[in-house]
Design a protein around this ligand. Structure first.
Ligand code: SF4
Ligand code: SF4
Length: 430
């Protein structure tokens, strides 16, 4: 049930039913990154839900202060994962964000952000053009010189963003590109390519193809797919997120093959298409069918019983991506796969499942909190001294590039699929 309350956009408001599940027990507080950093109730899940209840009950308007507390939320869903009452915090927060477009607070920035998300991120050709300078820069002499001279510090926020870029960007991956195939296929699956993932992390898709091929899975990437809409939904642009969801559902229909999604944020959003389109009678059932097919590659590999030995003489710090651990409940499978590589020493750092501060475009719009969370990771890396930092989401990978640089250690940052691919290739050669 949606109460009229004092919601600026009542049609997309958090429901009274969702809000009333919170019994204010506070068990989520110690898992919330913004509460851990600030120690403030207003920056905790319970505080943010309390504000939503006040508006829902008609006891407060959506003030600029409330908007700021909601904006500081990373939407990491650590609170949802530990909540004993089953509060659907992710859904509440997406709907809370949808209200912000109806308020004057930060209207210009919000409009610009929405314009960028709709017209750059969701349009492959525009995104490719926008990423071209970053692609040229990574691995170039200019990047090496900028990093050696320390001149980036003078660029402030831009310099901090540069630290997130990988040292080298492989070729972009375009849907339709052929992937490695097994000599004899025992399973078939489809690959979701994504937006930024395909542009900046094309090699992760190719590594995913090789790892699945060694497990006997023939993987292909349908040509018609597009952006998953996760960033739009997190920004509260639910109507546009629904539009992208419908496009992807149509692109992957025609078979019941599993859909492998190696970006945790995209995978979490796509597993929830059923919820996103639950109010659309023409698409609700199709969305639920689609969502049930979505698999993270680690989850899928464990399910199909992959047994491809790897060799990796390295200390590896696996860092849970929030949308893999908290939203999809996948924690053990990536660790199990890493432990399967001979010589791999899995190092558990404190707070491995606490958000790194990347959180989609959060590091751009909330640089202060994002930097504090990154520094906590840097401190843990400095102590643990891993050779490789492993995660399963492009935004996290970029944030860990910066954290490793801040820690001053010589560690590589890799996607889980790249590490498994490297370990399996080493075992094949030995
Ligand atoms: S969100 Fe869940 S854990 Fe947090 S205060 Fe409410 S009921 Fe308790
Ligand atoms: S989603 Fe993350 S940052 Fe937001 S309230 Fe929950 S735990 Fe805190």
């Amino acid at each position: 049930m949606v109460s009229e309350g004092l919601w600026p956009v009542p049609g997309e408001a958090p429901t009274t039913e969702d809000l009333s599940r919170c019994v204010h027990c506070g068990l989520c507080l110690s898992s919330c990154p913004t509460y851990l950093v600030t120690g403030l109730e207003v920056e905790s899940p319970r505080g943010r839900i309390h504000f939503a209840k006040l508006i829902d009950e008609g006891r407060s308007k959506l003030t600029p202060a409330i908007a700021r507390h909601w904006d500081l939320c990373l939407q990491c869903r650590a609170c949802e994962a530990v909540c004993p009452s089953g509060v659907a915090y992710g859904r509440i927060q997406e709907r809370a964000r949808a209200q912000l477009s109806g308020t004057p607070a930060g209207r210009v920035q919000r409009r610009l952000r929405r314009l960028m998300l709709r017209n750059v991120i969701a349009r492959p050709r525009v995104l490719a053009a926008a990423m071209a300078p970053a692609r040229w820069y990574t691995g170039s002499r200019a990047q090496g010189m900028a990093r050696r001279t320390g001149g980036l510090r003078l660029l402030g926020r831009l310099g901090a963003g540069e630290r997130q870029l990988p040292g080298r960007t492989g070729r972009p991956f375009r849907p339709g590109e052929a992937l490695a195939q097994p000599a004899e296929a025992r399973e078939r699956a489809l690959l979701f390519s994504g937006c930024v993932m395909g542009e900046l992390f094309g090699d992760v898709h190719r590594a995913t193809g090789r790892v699945l091929a060694r497990a006997g899975v023939a993987l292909e990437a349908p040509a018609e797919q597009g952006c998953c809409g996760a960033l739009h939904a997190h920004d509260g642009d639910l109507e546009f997120a629904r539009k992208l969801a419908r496009q992807n559902i149509a692109a992957f229909e025609g078979s019941d093959l599993p859909i492998v999604v190696n970006s945790a944020g995209c995978g979490a959003a796509m597993k929830e298409y059923g919820d996103l389109l639950s109010g659309d009678p023409r698409w609700a059932a199709r969305a639920r069918t689609f969502a049930a097919r979505v698999k993270d590659p680690s989850e899928y590999l464990v399910e199909v019983g992959a047994d491809s030995p790897g060799r990796l003489a390295a200390r590896v710090a696996y860092q849970d991506a929030c949308h893999l651990a908290h939203a999809q409940g996948i924690r053990e499978q990536p660790r199990e796969l890493l432990r399967g590589a001979a010589g791999c020493e899995l190092v558990e750092t404190p707070g491995a499942d606490v958000c790194c501060g990347a959180a989609g475009i959060y590091s751009l719009v909330q640089p202060g909190m994002s930097a504090q969370l990154r520094s906590r990771k840097a401190e843990h890396f400095r102590e643990a001294r891993p050779d490789i930092v492993v995660t399963a989401n492009p935004g996290c990978q970029m944030q860990y590039n910066a954290a490793v640089a801040e820690a001053g250690i010589d560690a590589r940052v890799m996607h889980l699929m790249e590490v498994l691919d490297e370990a399996q290739a080493a075992a094949e050669q030995s």
